[in-house]
Design a protein around this ligand. Structure first.
Ligand SMILES: Cc1cc2nc3c(=O)[nH]c(=O)nc-3n(C[C@H](O)[C@H](O)[C@H](O)COP(=O)(O)O)c2cc1C
Length: 369
């Protein structure tokens, strides 16, 4: 996979997840393997220029955390340019721009012209960055504001002209938030809109099959995985194997999940110190336990841990408690196995006869109904 001058080891990317894609998690994903490029959480350009601790912590890295992209956000062209220069000097191999959804809903406000003005402004900001650094500049966007305002193809084309090396597109509109189905046809339109640069599709990839479907149906050059990687840091490695062989590798066994979870905590403590690292890990551990089978006993206790020792003791007690759900070979009895993960765009549509008309909820004291 090429991204500007970069040669990446795979076309699978780790999406930015503010609060989650910190150095420890990126190291975990890299150790498990298969990821081509990881991105930091979004970093405020101005905070970075002002050397704020929070921004510096977000871009903290080490040699094993490579190749790394830093994601910037900001709307002042000079600040974005100066922040990109800092990011390059700190050793990132690319800089990504969080576009959010810069093109507001254009209905009723002079449709095309408002959009073009916005596009021109954005393109100028990007050009300023591209001209100031040698590393590739990329952009991440949604499909648009809502289904009537799918602006991503126009934005992608304008950004390609401004010099971006790749486009990341989350296949949902801003109105959709994180719900509803990822729109593969919408991603395809972005792929078709650009001339030479790679488009990387994103949204709801929770299995290797979903990654393959997005690649096949949109023609995108790569896929970027966010929440799917948090449930399953093995998803990159398994996706590469699935695409190469056509065979779905088995899911990691419980012992492997526990090994990686322990490693993740160790890295959190290394990077953030024991107290903060453990506190932060309270929201990380339940992502791992989602695939453990029955886990309420674990989740209940893990949100209180303050030290590594406490965590190990919670885990030991849980492993003992979990035995009641295992067969003679130590495998989870099938009736306790977690349901398979399914991406929104891989669910079978319900047959028309079983779908109900949407009945609007009337205004009133609905909270007591
Ligand atoms: C908790 C959380 C934090 C996020 N933070 C960022 C961010 O910092 N920058 C960004 O561009 N997108 C961010 N996103 C969006 C994701 O990068 C991604 O586009 C979206 O979650 C869809 O992909 P996924 O289904 O693989 O997670 C965030 C999403 C979540 C759930």
């Amino acid at each position: 996979m090429r991204l500007g001058p970069l040669n990446l080891s795979s076309n699978l990317f780790l999406s930015p997840l503010a609060g989650y894609t910190n150095l420890p998690f990126r190291l975990v994903v890299r150790e498990v393997g298969g990821v081509g490029l990881c991105t930091t959480d979004l970093v405020n350009a101005r905070s970075l220029i002002e050397n704020r601790d929070k921004a510096l912590k977000l871009i903290e890295t080490r040699p094993a955390d490579s190749p790394l992209a830093v994601q910037l956000f900001g709307s002042v062209p000079e600040e974005m340019r100066d922040a990109a220069v800092i990011v390059e000097a700190k050793g990132a191999v690319s800089v990504d721009i969080n576009m959010g959804c810069p093109v507001k809903k254009v209905v009723n406000i002079g449709r095309g012209s408002a959009m073009m003005t916005e596009l021109d402004k954005t393109a100028a900001l990007v050009r300023g960055m591209v001209n100031s650094v040698k590393i590739p500049v990329t952009a991440k966007m949604r499909l648009g504001w809502d289904d009537d305002n799918l602006t991503a193809p126009d934005l992608a084309r304008a950004l390609e002209d401004a010099g971006v090396a790749a486009i990341f597109v989350h296949g949902r509109t801003r109105e959709q938030g994180f719900g509803g189905t990822v729109n593969l046809a919408g991603i395809r339109k972005v792929v078709e809109a650009v001339k030479n640069i790679p488009v990387i599709g994103n949204g709801d990839i929770v299995t290797p099959q979903a990654a393959k479907k997005m690649l096949d149906e949109t023609g995108c050059a790569g896929v970027s995985i966010g929440r799917g990687a948090f449930y399953d840091p093995w998803i990159f490695q398994r996706t590469l194997q699935y695409i190469a062989s056509g065979k779905l590798p088995p899911e990691p066994v419980f012992a492997e999940r526990v090994r990686v979870m322990n490693r993740h905590l160790d890295l959190m403590i290394e990077v953030f110190g024991e107290e903060l690292g453990c506190r932060m890990f309270r929201k990380v551990a339940p992502w791992y336990s989602k695939r453990f089978g029955p886990c309420h006993e674990f989740n209940k206790k893990v949100v209180q841990v303050r030290t590594r020792e406490e965590f190990r003791s919670v885990l030991e007690n849980y492993v003992r408690w979990r035995q009641q759900f295992l067969d003679d070979h130590g495998e989870l009895l099938p009736r306790f196995a977690p349901a398979p993960m399914i991406a929104s765009f891989m669910r079978e549509p319900e047959p028309a006869s079983t779908t109900r008309e949407h009945i609007p909820v009337p205004k009133g004291p609905v909270e007591v109904w």
